[in-house]
Design a protein around this ligand. Sequence first.
Ligand code: GLY
Ligand code: MN
Ligand code: MN
Length: 435
Amino acid sequence: MNIHKEFQKRRAALLKKISPQALVILPTAPIALRNGEYEYPYRPNSDFYYLTGFEEPEAIAVLAPKRADGEFILFNRPRHREKEIWEGPRAGQAGARKNYGANQAFPIDEFAERLSDLLVSRKEIYCLLGVHRDFDEILFATANKVRGRIRSGVSYPVALIDIGDLLHEMRLIKSPSEIKIMREAADIAAKAHIRAMQACKPGVLEYQLEAELLYEFQRQGARYPAYTSIVGSGANTCILHYNANNQSIKNGSLVLIDAGAEYRYYASDITRTFPANGKFTPEQRAVYNVVLEAQLAVIKIIKAGLPWNKMHETALQVLTQGLVKLGLLRGSVKELLAKQAYLPFYMHRTGHWLGLEVHDVGQYAIQGKWRKLQAGMVLTVEPGIYIPSDLKNVPARWHNIGVRIEDDILVTSKGCEVLSQKAPKTIAEIEALMA
Ligand code: GLY
Ligand code: MN
Ligand code: MN
């Protein structure tokens, strides 16, 4: 399907879910400054992008069901000869109509004055609360103005509703074209992990492996990582969100890389752990295989209908059994699970939704009950074991072994597809690659 047709389909699907007297107003992300007047690379807001495909900053989409002049209005930057010489081309209002399917388009500067007419006789306003503060202020001020017009017979909005509930449920189920993009994002990240493993040797700095990842991302068409890459070696493998990435990688240590590419705004999120010198020590091998066993056990049960928490429970079960087998925990697995004895070694959850964002939107539980997986959902499975050197009652030979293994999984009706399967995962595969 033509990608812009798909955005249109999404808008139509959303309009079907709201009352004809509602109005949807979605601003894209504000420009963020890195320092002085120098900007971060721009990325549109994911909800805005999901509904419009529009990538320029300073834009607001309005969906107005049953509006005579058209249901999709885009406010965006006007064409500007000098600015386009400095910053590049703009779609302008004609482009917004022609290339993005807007029924009407207006210069963004006209938003505040046109908003009050758009609000008249609308009962509910759907928006993203608190994401874009300048916009929230305009919306509140204008709603107040419209309230002042009731004597002329108009009604005004009485409810402000966060659109997350509706829109994020849509985003949770990926379409065939989204799945295609996500497969590509995972493929690119897998290639980058392979490159980093091949480039690793004792003495290399962690950020030099990060450079290999970024190089491969860009070579493959993913201009940015989906999040700051984590490249930790030795003790740093036990820091969950480590990203200083500035230590020298020592012979005999493990390296944990958690890195994903952003491809056409979709994230991949892969973690691999491997020995700096290409050969696992017996202790590293033992811990690695417990984590791998847990990860494979989770992947094995994934299919439509599985309650979300079953994945975490399965990981906890296998990890706890493994910790007992390694001698790191003592007692009955059942009792150890009941008292959460695994927590010093495994303190995070086993996965999250993945999509336009690395920790993607969508509820995990509905009315207090873990939801069931559905075909088209994409999630990560990322169990780990972390043994920092200050853990009590753990012999030194286990110290500074941190292992996480993370893959990106598409849920299907019969099972699942491991989107990131091209990243080597067994000890044999990793050692062969690094030899
Ligand atoms: N890279 C962040 C995460 O794995 O959740
Ligand atoms: Mn993750
Ligand atoms: Mn990750």
